[in-house]
Design a protein around this ligand. Sequence first.
Ligand SMILES: Nc1ncnc2c1ncn2[C@@H]1O[C@H](COP(=O)(O)OP(=O)(O)OP(=O)(O)O)[C@@H](O)[C@H]1O
Length: 265
Amino acid sequence: MCRDILDKEAALMAAAPIITSRDVHLYYGKHEALKGIDLDFNPQQITALIGPSGSGKSTYLRLLNRMNDLIPNIKITGDIRLYQQDIYASDMDIVQLRKEVGMVFQQPHPFPFSIYDNVVYGLRLAGIKDRAVLDQAVETSLKAAAVWTETKDILHESALALSGGQRQRVCIARVLAVKPAVILLDEPTSALDPISSSKIEQMLVDLKKDYTIIMVTHNLQQAARASDKTAFFLDGQLVELNDTVNFFTAPAKKESEDYISGRFG
Ligand SMILES: Nc1ncnc2c1ncn2[C@@H]1O[C@H](COP(=O)(O)OP(=O)(O)OP(=O)(O)O)[C@@H](O)[C@H]1O
């Protein structure tokens, strides 16, 4: 779908945003959790979504690959586009959308299969059976996710036997294997120890040359170290989107300054 309509390379060369969102509102029943979000995401950048608990970061992130769709009593208005295509259009192929916009969750939960079978899961779903193609995808994806060295000799052992940090990197490899354009991460390191967290952080920085990365994080140091742009959410609104360096050194809004200096949240 999307790639056929607007060439990905052209979008990259023009540095046009890959995802645009305009006046996005989301209601859980009567509760307005997002109150008119305008936010774009550029290729080859990491954008950190930060803000206090309940400010709407995860809700917004999940909108970008329609993970909220099955929640009862939900109402979404506004316009969200991937490669200029309305992802909430009635003819949107959601399987294809989720291939383009992959998601990594907070808890590192691989499937209860081998490491190999985890990584090729999406490819097999897409009908790919050629062993050489699958083998190559496993190696490339595990290398890109910085977990190849630890797993190359145990590919056919259970992914559940790995440490939390290794499991999370296998989950990231599983997403990378289907070659998405965008990777969404919802607090990907909050369940991990500092060493595992920093490996994942470094890996994301290495990956950004090939992806658009959008990450919810509560860790302000992580946002400051790893992201190019920071989007600060408060009470369902986007208070400020800024270059990360500017956000943390000279925020444009008083609420941002209060948040990063620990005055609330
Ligand atoms: N499935 C749901 N049903 C009803 N209300 C929800 C649901 N998910 C989130 N909310 C509400 O929407 C608001 C935003 O929640 P959301 O989880 O997006 O915030 P967040 O900024 O990601 O918070 P946290 O940092 O704690 O994860 C909150 O008031 C929350 O209670």
